[in-house]
Design a protein around this ligand. Sequence first.
Ligand code: BTN
Length: 251
Amino acid sequence: MFLTKRFQDHLQTSYLGHDFHYYPITESTNSDAWNLVEEQFSNGMVVLAGHQKKGRGRHSAPWRSSPDSSLTFSIVYSISIPPEKLGLLSLLSGVSVVTAAKNFIETPMQLKWPNDIMARGKKAGGILVETRRKGSEYLIVVGMGLNVNERQEEMPKDLETIATSLFIESGVKIQREDFLAEILVKYEYYLNNLKQVIPQWNIFCTHYNDIITFHQGSEIIEGKFVGVNENGYAIIEQDGITRSYSGGRLL
Ligand code: BTN
């Protein structure tokens, strides 16, 4: 059960989340958001699900979540930004979650490029950014799936070694209404202060200077992760040469 009034009472943004839609059961909030956008675009709209039956993850994977324990929602906005900088919006999303979490739990959260939300080496949340062009601007739907109050027994057995929740790692039950309101406050702040996104992201990166392997299309790339550039691309050092990569799936 999500207490919409409590969320609205805690929401201290100038526009993000003011147009709020809550669906107790739906297929995917990202799909709902696009359907609502087609009817009428509303800048800063947020769509939250009590439960998603067909949650969509990155790379066409399904996204599974527990009803009433997780937060599964999408944020809609338009932005005028050069196309090469769109990746920044992924990083911004992760930064807004981990900085918001600091207000609720002491357990540090980290980020795995480009935007997996991590706690003690396991994934606690994921972000799916979808974009469409609208004239000189982009319409953005940012979907976030966060494992918040799940107990260990609620987590899918096959994901036991790689997935976790904020509760499992911190022992703290988080009031989801307050957490969502705080994430939106941070999100709006970083949208207004895009220059702060990269330095913040680097602070929370969990694999800085590590040798990492990732898929980009059919290619497997291995090298030392030495940070992200001004567009949010991964900078990888291979045999003394640095290259930047716009996307990929870290192993
Ligand atoms: C990932 O694969 O890491 C991204 C997962 C994103 C899941 C969220 S849940 C809310 C929103 N609606 C969806 O269908 N997907 C995103």
